[in-house]
Every structure is written in C-alpha cells, then in structure tokens.
Design a protein around this ligand. Sequence first.
Ligand SMILES: [Ca+2]
Length: 603
Amino acid sequence: MNHPQPRPLRVALHPLKGAHPCGPAKPVPRVLPHGRWVLALGGAALLAACAGTGQPSGSPPKLGAARPGALLSCGDLASKAAVPGTVYTQISSVAAGSVTVGNASVPVPAHCLVQGQMNERTSPVDGNRYAIGFEMRLPLAWNGRFFYQANGGLDGVVIPAMGGIGGGGPTTTALQMGFAVISSDAGHAGSLGPRFGIDPQARLDYGYNAVAQLTPMAKNLITQAYGRGPDRSYIVGCSNGGRHAMVAAARTPDQYDGVLAGDPGYNLPRAAVAQLYGAQQYAKVASTTTAAGQPDLQSAFTPAEMKLVADRVLARCDALDGLADGIVSDVKACQTRFHLDTDVPTCTGARDGQCLTSQQKTALGNVFAGARNSAGKPIYNSFPFDSGVNGSNWREWKFVSPPTRDAGAVQFIFTTLPLSDRPGGLPFALGFDMDKDAPLIDATSGIYRESAMSFMSPPDASNLSRLRDRGAKMIVYHGTSDPVFSSDDTADWYARLQTANGGDASSFARYFPVPGMNHCSGGPATDRFDMLTALVNWVEQGQAPERVIAAARGPGALQVNTEVPANWSPQRTRPLCPYPQVAVYSGGDAESAASFACRARTP
Ligand SMILES: [Ca+2]
C-alpha cells in the first residue's frame, strides 16, 4: 500500500527518452493517456513496424522479435531516470532467490527493484492525499520486453511486480521469463476503500489515467536501465486487470504490441449494478436472516441446490461436444438445450437440495437473464448456465460480494453524484433503485466531468483498427462460469469486433472461453495455461494461436484446485479453442488434449 505525501496535482507528460522509432509517441489528450512503452527496433523490423501505420486491415505488418539485453544501471537510476512528478522512494538490487507475495514464496531472478510514486497531491475535494504508487522490477538478464501487470479489484495496493501470467496456479511469472515488470496501485491507497471515488481525479486514475501516466515513466526507466527501450511491450491482467488491458487497447493502441485480457470487466459499472440486482433477487428467497436481521444471501441457494443445477446442466449439455467428461465445451449451444424451469425439479414440499422452489427459479432465472430495470431494459448482459455454477468462487461473488464489494464501489465510485450519504453494505444493495439509481453510472455532474461508464470502459470497445493496423495482437480469455463478469458480455464484444472487421477479427484478436472456470481461475475446469507465451509467439513470430493447451490442477499440482472432479485425471489437459470454435472429442484418451479438435460449434 502506498502512503502519498502532498505534492502538486498537475502532471506534465514526461519527455520520452526512447521515442517511438516511427515517429513521436502520441502524447495523450488532455487528461492523460494510458499507455505503455516505446519500441526500439532495428533494421528490417523497424521498417516493418513503421510500415504498419495506415495499412489496410487485411495486411497488418509483422512486428519483429524482441532482443535480449543486460541491466546496465540500477543504483544510479534515481538521477538517470529523473522526471518531473515522479519520486523514487527505493531503488535496490535484489539477488536471485524468492520473494514472499501473500502466503506464497515466488522465485525471482536477480533484478533491480524500483519503487516510487507519481503525482502526489492533496485532493481539494476530500482532503486526502493521493499518488500513483508503483514498483518496477528489472531483471539483470532481460528479454527485451516490457510487461504491464494490470491488477484486479479496486486496485489500491502495489502488488509485487512478479508479472502473473493469468489462469490458475501458473508455474512461472513474466519476471522469471525476463520481462521488465511494473505494478501499481492505480492512484489511491487501499486504506480508503471505495471512498477514493469521492475524488474525481482518483476516479480517472483508477479508470485509465494511472496506466497512461505510468507508461512513459516506465519506458524511460527501462531506457535508462538497459540503454534502450523495450523492443516489445505487453499489458496483461484479469478481472479489473483485464478491463485495464481492454481499455488500454482501445485508448492507446500505439503503446501496446500485445494485450492479454482475462475475464475482463470492460463494462464494470454495469456488472457492479448487476451484482446489486442479484442481491435483490437472492434476498427474495433467502431462508434465513443474519444476526443483524438482514436476509442471509447465502441461504438463497445452498451448495447442494447449486450442485443440482450444475448436474442438470451437465445432463443436458455435456455430451454436445462428443464426450460426457464433466466439461461443457459448447456453452452457447447449451443455452438452448438447458431450461431451468423444466430441467430442474420444482419443489413440492420443503427445500431439500434436490429441487428448487418456483420462487427460486424466478430469482435465479432473472440473474442469469441479466439485470434489468422495471421496464425490462437490460442493465447488464446475461450469464450462461454452465457446469461451474456450484464453485466456491461462484458463491463468493454472487452471495458475499454484493454487500461487501459492489455496494461500496457503486456508492462511491460509479454513481454521479456519489451516493455518499446512504447507509452502505447490504442496505445499500437492497435499496438501490434499478430505475432511478442505475442511470447514475452514465451521469456527469459538476466536478465529476466523466461518467463511470466513460472512465471505466473502452471508449469504443469494438473499434481496434489502430491496434490491428500496427500489427499488435490481442488475446482475451474468460471463464464461462465467471459469476461476476459475464462471458456472454465478452462473446458479444467479440461478435461486434468480428462485424467491425468484415466478419473476421481472428487475424489480430482471438477470444478463448474457458469452460467451467470461475472468475479468473477455479471451478471444475482446466484452468492452468500460458497465454502469454502464445501471445508473444503471435506478436513476434507470427504464429497465431490455433488452440491453447490447458491443464487441470488436481491432487499433486503446485497449487491444487480442490474443485477438479475426483473422476478426472489430476493432470487432465484440454485445448482451449478460439471462439466461436469449441473443443470436440475426436477419439482416444479422454484425459488428453490430443483427443480433441477445435471445430465450428455443434449444430
Ligand atoms: Ca463434454
């Protein structure tokens, strides 16, 4: 966590020491860009990259491969990399070994650690001190690449810049792979909770401006540390981090060669309101109350009841892909096969875990159909029925998060004006008016000059022509049992992107649904995969990912996923397929990815 000290609010764009070889980096408009690095290519690669500008969509240029380098400076970076508005609070050499992150010991190569903050200021609105806190880890043995670690949740903490590559229990990090990695708190201290949203600038920093501000600073540090800027640059994150990545792809495509967005909450304010809508639905069928006399949302649907739903989904949909293996590969087709009303028994007596009451079916059906106002106007997308709806992560997001996370985020960050004077938590969630309050996520007023949907979402999510035309690539993945950000929303985005690109965007952007996976990992799924390497190979070698192999994390795995079904091989592998293709069984060992092919959807 960062503890800012007073400093001037205004921040000028930093002069870029390593400007884009094809021309000046495009400073960002008034409020501040998102962005990332600078390219420093040589020879043919330079020509190829520069030729990208203005190319027709059918022939994006191929970007050259990054070249390794060695760290030249560390202890003297404070002076060498000095830029206005940035304070380096610690610069030190870290020996190869391990760093403790949370409860985990993460191996690291020898590297230079740079910690600091940008744009320290005192808010004229709430009187709190703010800054964009960051740390950067620069490996001695550098692979020539920059990695922006976009963090999740409400940010607010400078999570160690290890460079997580996504999925569950990855066995490597970007730092270990030789990337220079930056991480930040996105402009506010976690101690404020969601109340940083009272400050208009902190809203913008969280939405898009921290990434924009940190990018040129990070590029400059890399240039000073290695004697040249990064050859290739990547932005990677899941959840809110996936949102950061999608926003950056749309706002500052010139800065990114590769974008990896997992379970992206690219309509985050809408999803947060949908969480409150869900709470209202669950409250109607909660069977018990809490000590405070409020509905216990957990009691709306017991684990046994959600397992019943998952089992009935499997009964209807598992074999659509050619094999009843506990994985619904064709989630889209499943939505026309599975019917909550008729496929799940309706209770004729008391709830016993083997049925749902008609009221429960109405509530659950409403949540899966997507949040709506009283006139039936959609507020957020639908969710697909899938095999992972009884996951622990699913329950956490659906029943615990609305009062503990989403209520505060909507109350202080996403509504304009913020609804600061209302009681928070569950009373806020249950009292939120889907007709009168929900539109406040699109509102502006006074000092709040941008709406939440404006500062949190990509300005035009399906317009990625600039990214495409310069040869950059984008991979998006999404767990189809994600309980908070719907994979239906991501599938709809990809469909719009396809339409915007003549019906096929696969030359530069591919979407990989992860069947059964909950929010970013977990659930009955093969959720361990390395899409970063797939992305690098696509960007730098021109090898488009036709499939990505994913593995289960059963007993014996480095980080065990306890929700891997007992009748699966602990090491089961599956291909993840580029949407709209699905993994279809083609014969052979049912536990091996080699027995599956990515094919057009089943009829
Ligand atoms: Ca199956």
